[in-house]
Design a protein around this ligand. Structure first.
Ligand SMILES: Cc1cc2nc3c(=O)[nH]c(=O)nc-3n(C[C@H](O)[C@H](O)[C@H](O)COP(=O)(O)OP(=O)(O)OC[C@H]3O[C@@H](n4cnc5c(N)ncnc54)[C@H](O)[C@@H]3O)c2cc1C
Length: 383
């Protein structure tokens, strides 16, 4: 195992950081305040090549490894100061695009991946429902096969990119008797009859990433848009996206933690109290030390999940450990960073207040901390 980064990877990471700093970071505060997704920023990132990183070159992608896609996520989190953008990007690539690429047949790949890779079409994943969050296999949306179509009925909620997405991987029940083994995946375009975007979800953080309900009212999905094998969608999509989500999306958070640490060091050196910089107080140095420890351990664990995935090693325990650890220390880090800034950390004049709002999503979205502990605990006792 070698986690050292080659010169080429360093240059790649640096180029994404510079792009993010120059093209995404300006306006990030305003987009957060206005809860506004900016299509121009998206298009610039697409032009830069960020939307198709992991997909094969023949489908318009860059053939990047999971590890390199993570480096891009980390650089985006660090350079952009816009975790909302990172969330929309991560959902598009890792949980919208990846299942179509990995589970889709030739026609589906050729039809959808080039549009997703170019960023022309925005992708997302529709799994969660009002009554089925942690209990994701308890979804109620149905898909009934009729005359060359599957007719979908139900409501999805909390869907990242909901209002701006062109195509979604949607999970629906095809056999009520079979529980998780009766759920199938579908590729649903926003223009399919019976599809509509429901209520917008107003969030405390990641505000430049749009989140909404998706409504399926006798939505006609052509039979050829079944993704993978009928009734195998739940495990198929879960297994395909798990490590992608738990490396690429977490990597952006690691980048955000690095930016936050630098902001804290700068502030602690500039801010004077009792006639000296607050950085000279050991209590402040301890906070900076904790931020550094959380950053480096988070980075290592995310790299390991990505490395595993690139080697074809399935390790759901490690993926859950990464999700739990990085998101929980992310919240603690944001809290301690706010403390370094004192009262100013609580104001809109400094960017730190945003990090505390953004960090909290980690312990909730994509499987809560309790669910990660549950998975780890069950694996420990062999269940
Ligand atoms: C900003 C945002 C973006 C999201 N994006 C997407 C997306 O793109 N696509 C998508 O499909 N979903 C998305 N989600 C949904 C997300 O994955 C769910 O919110 C998450 O899985 C938790 O479900 P829930 O909110 O219904 O909470 P609930 O499941 O209702 O949980 C409430 C509380 O009960 C606890 N709990 C539940 N069951 C157990 C148990 N067995 N043991 C112990 N504790 C338990 C939970 O840990 C939590 O503390 C997003 C959510 C957010 C907030």
């Amino acid at each position: 195992m070698d986690f050292s980064i080659s010169e080429e990877q360093k240059l790649f990471k640096q180029s994404v950081t510079e792009f993010a700093r120059n093209e995404i970071q300006p306006g990030a505060t305003e987009r957060d305040a206005e809860a506004r997704f900016d299509r121009d920023v998206w298009d610039k990132a697409a032009e830069f090549g960020l939307m198709g990183l992991p997909f094969p070159e023949e489908l318009g992608g860059s053939d990047a490894s999971v590890f390199d896609t993570c480096l891009a996520g980390e650089a985006l989190g660090y350079g952009s100061a816009d975790m909302g953008f990172c969330l929309s990007w991560g959902a598009h690539v890792a949980i919208g695009g990846v299942p179509i690429w990995q589970l889709g047949n030739d026609e589906q790949q050729k039809k959808y991946i080039p549009r997703i890779a170019s960023g022309e079409w925005i992708a997302g994943l529709g799994l969660t429902e009002p009554e089925a969050g942690s209990d994701a296999a308890g979804i109620k949306t149905t898909a009934e096969k009729k005359d060359g179509y599957y007719v979908l009925n139900g409501t999805k909620t909390f869907i990242t990119n909901g209002q701006v997405g062109n195509v979604f991987v949607v999970l629906a029940v095809t056999d009520k008797e079979k529980g998780p083994g009766g759920i199938s995946g579908f590729i649903v375009e926003k223009d399919f009859p019976g599809f509509s975007v429901g209520n917008e979800i107003h969030k405390m953080g990641h505000r430049s990433s749009p989140t909404s309900e998706l409504i399926f009212d006798n939505c006609e999905v052509p039979a050829e848009n079944l993704l993978g094998v009928e009734n195998e969608g739940f495990m198929g999509v879960a297994l395909t996206t798990l490590e992608w989500e738990r490396s690429v999306l977490l990597a952006a958070g690691v980048g955000g933690m690095e930016l936050q640490l630098e902001q804290c060091i700068d502030y602690a050196k500039e801010r004077h109290q009792f006639g000296r910089p607050i950085a000279s107080f050991q209590a402040m140095q301890f906070k900076l030390a904790d931020l550094k420890v959380w950053l480096e351990t988070s980075r290592l664990i995310v790299y390991k999940v990505a490395w595993n995935k690139d080697q074809g090693i399935m390790d759901p325990m490690l993926a859950s450990i990464a999700k739990l650890f990085v998101s929980e220390v992310g919240v603690q880090a944001a809290d301690q960073a706010t403390q370094v800034f004192g009262g100013y950390g609580y104001t809109k004049d400094y960017p730190i207040e945003r990090s505390i709002r953004d960090a909290k999503l980690g312990t909730l979205g994509g499987g809560t901390s309790e669910i990660q502990r549950w998975i780890i605990g069950r694996l420990l006792i062999g269940k």
